[in-house]
Design a protein around this ligand. Structure first.
Ligand code: GLP
Length: 257
């Protein structure tokens, strides 16, 4: 089992460009890679770097398949706050990533259980995830796997924590517009990916990042399970890594934990 690779960057821009390098390396190794996608603020700059790389002819994503981590329930694909719309706008419209290769859980479905089971099957049939991109919730969530008493294994429905609703309210006109339910890959789905890349930015994530890396592995901190993954890279900017740096004395840029 490899150690966790922790890369500390100066700021969000450097985090984004290094994360894009990891994705581009994956695409270079296998231009038919199956990538687990993420949304939110953390990966946005990385998608912008990919768009610039595509624009200057450095990568092609035509044969890449993407499976997004999660989706709000009750938002249609066309809703500007849906994760489908985010990926359409920030990946499909800005590169040669093919829309038919973009897979996102259907937030409007009524048969939740079968949609979740089909998503698992689709990922398996595609050969499994080669690289899973992740952001980190302030609650320690990955995807929408909130703190719990056990690690959910498969794609499932979740009720969002109040803290998550408030954190994501910035994308909506008011907090009461944020859906209370979502569909998400399970922690097991995420852990089945051959590689994982976690992007962490900003001081609100500093305390949870320390717990994720150095705390006990427990379902009340879902991302702590990444300590058990055989190939994980974490790219964190200076603000997000402040508590890690204070408590460990890390002063450099690359660590193996
Ligand atoms: C959201 C998403 C996660 C995301 C996390 C962090 O609620 N469901 O997939 O990684 O919270 O979001 P952000 O990167 O905007 O801080």
């Amino acid at each position: 089992m490899k150690k966790i690779k922790l890369i500390i960057t100066k700021d969000y821009e450097e985090m984004s460009s290094m994360a894009a390098d990891v994705v581009m390396e994956q695409v270079r190794q296998n231009n038919k890679s199956v990538i687990g996608l993420a949304t939110g603020s953390s990966p946005l700059g990385m998608y912008q770097c990919l768009a610039r790389a595509w624009d200057s002819g450095h990568i092609s994503l035509t044969e890449i398949h993407g499976y997004n981590l999660d989706e709000y329930q009750g938002l249609a694909k066309s809703n500007p706050q849906s994760f489908y719309h985010y990926l359409k706008t920030n990946l499909v419209d800005t590169t040669d990533f093919q829309e038919q290769n973009l897979h996102v859980l259907d937030g409007m479905c009524e048969n939740t259980d079968s949609v979740c089971a089909d998503y698992e099957k689709d990922i398996r049939d595609a050969g499994g995830l080669d690289l899973q991109l992740l952001g980190l919730g302030e609650t320690g969530h990955i995807g929408f796997n909130e703190p719990d008493t056990s690690f959910p294994r498969y794609t499932h429905q979740v009720k969002l924590e109040e803290k998550t609703i408030m954190a994501n309210a910035r994308f909506f006109t008011s907090p009461d517009q944020v859906p209370h339910f979502a569909l998400t890959m399970g922690v097991g789905t995420i852990m089945s990916s051959r590689k994982i890349l976690l992007m962490v930015s900003g001081s609100p994530k500093a305390a949870i990042l320390y717990q994720v890396l150095f705390g006990e592995v427990k379902p009340s901190v879902p991302a702590s399970i990444l300590q058990f993954h055989p190939d994980v890279t974490i790219i964190a900017d200076e603000d997000a890594s402040r508590i890690v740096r204070d408590k460990t004395g890390f002063g450099g840029t690359v660590y193996e934990l």
